[in-house]
Design a protein around this ligand. Structure first.
Ligand code: SF4
Length: 90
C-alpha cells in the first residue's frame, strides 16, 4: 500500500493553522464515501462535504488531508491503521 507523506509534511509546518487537527480524508466524516473504508480507497476520490469547504466542490482522495478533519466512526480497521501508520488522526 502506498504511503503518502504530503500531509505529514504539512502537519510539521509550524505556520500551518490548527496543524494538530489535520487528519486524513480516509477517516474523515466529511469524505463522501461509504464505510467501512479499506486501505485500497486511499487512491479513490470522493466529494468533501465539510460545510465550509462544500461550496468549492472539492474532490479529494482518501490520502488527502486537511485541518477540518472530523473522525468518521466505523471507518474500519484498515482505514484507522492507515491513518496511524501515517501519523494522521484516526
Ligand atoms: S478535505 Fe478535510 S474535511 Fe474534507 S474530507 Fe478531507 S479531511 Fe475531511
Amino acid at each position: 500500500m502506498p504511503v503518502y507523506s504530503h500531509y505529514n509534511l504539512a502537519k510539521k509546518q509550524e505556520s500551518l493553522p490548527m496543524a494538530e487537527q489535520i487528519g486524513v480524508c480516509l477517516t474523515c466524516s466529511y469524505w463522501q464515501a461509504e464505510t467501512p473504508r479499506p486501505q485500497e480507497q486511499v487512491e479513490m476520490e470522493a466529494l468533501c462535504v465539510q460545510p465550509q469547504l462544500k461550496a468549492y466542490g472539492l474532490i479529494v482522495s482518501g490520502a488527502s488531508a486537511c485541518n477540518k478533519w472530523q473522525k468518521q466512526e466505523g471507518s474500519g480497521d484498515q482505514a484507522e491503521q492507515y491513518a496511524k501508520q501515517n501519523e494522521a488522526q484516526a
